[in-house]
Structure formats: C-alpha cells, structure tokens
Design a protein around this ligand. Structure first.
Ligand SMILES: Cc1cc2nc3c(=O)[nH]c(=O)nc-3n(C[C@H](O)[C@H](O)[C@H](O)COP(=O)(O)OP(=O)(O)OC[C@H]3O[C@@H](n4cnc5c(N)ncnc54)[C@H](O)[C@@H]3O)c2cc1C
Length: 456
C-alpha cells in the first residue's frame, strides 16, 4: 500500500455503487482512494439482473464495458406466470433502448474492480474502514485497517463517499434511517434446463409466495424465492421438503427435475429484503450512496439501476468542479440529495408496490389480467419496471387502474352486497400499499391531494 495523505475523494466500499463511482471519477481525472474489505470475487444472490435503464445509465457513464466477457445474457422483458397461465411482456425496443442483462454479480463487480485497479489516479486498498473522521462537524476522511495487518491508518479527502452496502455501519451518521425487513429471498441455481422463455425474466405468482427466475450465464438460471416475515427460515431438511412441496407445481415442467435436484443438494443462500427510504442528513465533507442510502424490494431487480442513476447524478456534478475542494464538493452533494429522487422514485415505488400487489390474492390476479390485455396496459408498466420511463404520474395511474380493473372483475363474479364489499376492499388494499411509498418519495402537492382524496 502506498497511500498519500490527501485525496479528492475517499470511497468506503468497492461494491456496485462505490466501484462504479470510483471508475467514473477516476476516468475524469480526480484523485480517488477506495477501501474495500474483501476484493476477491464474491458469490452472492444479489444484483444479478440489470434492467435496461441501468444498462442505459452505464452507457451514459461510459462504463457499459463492465458487461463484457462475463457471459452476460440479454434479457428482453418478462414472462409473468400466474397459476400456470403466462403472458409475455417485452421491454421497449429500438436503437435507444438497450436490453437488460442477467449475470453473476461477482463477475460483473470484478470487471469494475479490475478496471479501477488499472487507473493511476485511483488507489484501491483491501482493508476495513473502522470509522469516519469528524472534525468541527465535518467529515474529513476515514480510519482503516489493511487486510492481514493490525496497523491502523487514516486518510483525508475533500469528500468521503459512504457506499458500504445494505448492512451499512456508517449510515446513521449521515441519515435518519427507517429500515424495515419485509422478508427474505432464498436463492438457488438451476443448471442446464433453460427457461420457458430463454431471454426473459420470469415472475411466478399464485397461491405460493412469489418467485423470480432469470438467466445468469449461458448454463445457469437463478431462482429467488420469497420468504415473508421478519425472521429467515432455518436452512435444514424441513426447508428442503417445504420448498419441494410448496413450489414444485409452480415451477415450469421443463425445470422441475433440475429444481428438485438443486433443492436436494442444498447450498442455498439467503438475503434479507429491506426497504429503506432515503433520508439523508447533510454533513460537510460526506455523502451516502447505494444501499447505504436507499433500498427497495428486489422483486423488480431495480437496485443497481437506482444506484447507477445516483452514480451518474453525483458523478457528473463532482466531475464538473474546477479545482476540486470541500465547499464545491459539498454544494454538489446538496444538489445531488435534492435531485436524486427524479432518477429513482419510480423504481422505488414500483418495487415495493408490485411486491404488495403480487402477495395479495385478489390484486395478483387483477395485475395478471391487467397486463395480459397487452398494448399500453403492459408496455407502459414494463417500461417503468425497466427503468426507462420515470413518469411517476403514469405509475400511479397504472397502479390504481390495476385495482380498478380487479374490482370490475370481482363485481362480475360476485353477487349482491358481496360485490360492494369485494370492490371496496381491493381498492382500499391498493391505496394502503401505495400511500406510504408515495409519501416517502418527495410527493408534490397534487400527489398529496390525490392521496388525501383516496384515503377518504
Ligand atoms: C436478494 C437480493 C437480490 C437483488 N437482486 C437485484 C437484481 O437482480 N438487480 C438489481 O439491480 N439489484 C438487485 N438487488 C439490489 C442490489 O444488489 C443493490 O442495490 C446493490 O448491490 C447496491 O450496491 P452497493 O454498492 O450499495 O452495496 P454492495 O454491492 O453490497 O457493496 C458494499 C461494499 O462495501 C463493502 N464494505 C462494507 N463495509 C465496509 C467497511 N467497513 N470497509 C470496507 N468495505 C466495506 C462490502 O464488502 C461491499 O463490497 C438485490 C438485493 C437483494 C437483497
């Protein structure tokens, strides 16, 4: 390690957020130090489907080569399977619309890390940040230990970027985090069986908890299965039996054998699914990005797209500074905090909103029937899911229209007073799901009025 003492930017954590920001700032000539506790290739179940909007962000950043040479699989949309019926929904396509990609997160991240290690003005250190250094109400750098050494080091920078991920140790110094766990995703890999629609993500809903499936290389399919609740299930033989009995019927026939084999072999990985609305508290000399600032349900695979949107927003402001210094960086950070919701509010609202919908027996059916109508009923929602359309009003409109459509279907099927009860309860449930999501994403006056009206 040959660290100098003072950098333009010090980054805590070389995960998806930290490493991509280091690459962008390093490319622009800023002096950067990035400290990551484990630089070896990680084997995780997170961040394996990058939505087209995230690919577009990488293209804007000039970093889409991170997707090269990792056997990444193009993803063209979603196949939604509801109780054995399916509907195929394509992402917007054309010159300006890249596909999404499925890949192993560790390989994608190693591409980023290898690149930043090749830049002369970016110093990559394998070590653990132990504390942020605070002087006169400002963060001026970090203390850290280097891997396999007991010695403590410190480094100072005009700006310290905290991107230490979902279990962030430092977020409470820079935000008011109200973090919730809605459940757990259990991840398994299926080999050599293929998906019913090979180049599509699959969302499977029904009487069982929802699960998603997508290709992560030319031979492997990732399945993420939802386990609702605050506590994770215990990994043992009972869990294996439960997985087979509860889910095998819902797994497409061609994948069933591979599913059962994979479950019997075990080797599961589990991750908590958090919701963390961004609530930054500005502090001189520091900024939070990535999962340490903001998280949403991973059902829609929006986390990295939101992260790259933040990296572009913050990165473009920092690289526009002449003679980088603390006060100019602080100004950029304030502007980033003010504007970042425009890039990721629809991703956040849709992620937890759709999770609420697909868990609900009536709303999941309403959603399936609604998008199965095709045309704008599927094209517009999937463009929002893709992170290509960020029109919040359009999202609100479709969300409530799903409940409205479901109500109509119920009325058709129910009789007498049950009709009124059924329709009322579905709309009430939809409003209950979306209201807190809209309220945490800087709602404008019109949205507040709409929510008040709906609450009546
Ligand atoms: C189950 C699940 C599935 C998901 N699937 C998808 C998906 O398909 N698509 C998608 O877009 N998003 C997905 N996400 C979300 C996505 O993974 C995250 O949004 C994204 O990885 C956030 O990147 P990050 O850099 O903030 O965190 P991370 O990528 O976790 O990086 C944080 C880094 O900080 C390092 N670190 C932590 N503490 C220290 C310290 N003290 N010192 C030094 N280093 C430290 C860690 O080692 C790590 O490398 C999923 C999330 C979950 C939970």
């Amino acid at each position: 390690m040959s660290t100098k003492n003072k950098y333009d930017v010090c980054i805590v954590g070389a995960g998806v957020a930290g490493a991509s920001l280091a690459a962008y700032l390093g490319n622009a000539g800023l002096s950067v130090i990035i400290i990551e506790r484990n630089l070896s290739e990680r084997d995780v179940i997170v961040g394996e489907l990058l939505q087209p909007g995230g690919v577009a962000e990488l293209q804007h950043l000039g970093l889409d080569f991170f997707l090269h040479d990792i056997d990444a699989q193009p993803v063209k949309g979603y196949n939604i399977i509801f109780q054995g019926r399916s509907t195929l929904i394509k992402y917007p396509s054309g010159e300006n619309y890249p596909p999404g990609y499925g890949f192993r997160n560790g390989k994608f991240l190693q591409n980023m890390r290898t690149f930043i290690q090749s830049l002369n003005n970016v110093e990559v250190v394998e070590g653990r940040v132990t504390s942020l250094i605070e002087n006169d109400e400002s963060i001026t750098g970090v203390n850290f230990s280097v891997k396999n050494s007991d010695a403590n080091h410190s480094v100072s920078a005009a700006l310290t970027v905290v991107s230490d991920g979902p279990l962030s140790r430092f977020r409470s110094m820079l935000s008011n985090p109200a973090i919730k766990v809605s459940g757990y995703f259990l991840g398994i890999i299926l080999e050599g069986c293929g998906l019913p629609e090979p180049a599509f993500g699959h969302l499977v809903i029904g009487p069982h908890p929802p699960f998603v499936m997508y290709p992560v290389n030319s031979n492997e399919i990732r399945i993420l299965i939802d386990f609702p609740g605050e506590k994770p299930p215990k990994i043992n033989d009972d869990l294996k039996n439960e997985l087979i009995s509860k889910f095998q019927e819902a797994i497409p026939v061609r994948m069933r054998k591979s599913f059962i084999n994979s479950v019997k072999q075990g080797g599961f990985k589990m991750m908590p699914n958090h919701r963390l609305p961004a609530s930054p508290v500005f502090k001189k000399g520091a900024v939070l990005i990535g999962d340490s600032l903001n998280m949403r349900h991973p059902l829609t695979g929006g986390g990295m797209t939101a992260t790259f949107s933040d990296v572009r927003n913050l990165g473009s402001k920092l690289t526009a500074i002449d003679d980088f210094d603390v006060s100019k960086a602080d100004k950029a950070v304030k502007s980033f905090y003010e504007s970042r919701h425009l890039g990721n509010q629809t991703i956040n609202i849709l992620a937890d909103g759709l999770y609420g919908v697909v868990k609900h027996p009536d709303l999941q059916e309403a959603f399936f029937e609604y998008v199965s109508r095709g045309g704008k009923y599927s094209a517009e929602p999937v463009a929002i899911l893709a992170g290509l359309n960020k029109d919040k009003k359009l999202l609100q409109k479709h969300f409530l229209a799903v409940a409205n459509y479901g109500t109509k279907l119920k009325i058709r099927n129910e009789t007498g007073t049950r009709k009124i009860g059924a329709s009322y309860s579905m709309m009430k449930e939809a409003v209950k799901i979306i209201t807190p999501l809209l309220l945490t994403e800087k709602p404008d006056q019109a949205t507040r009025i709409l929510l008040k009206t709906l609450a009546k």
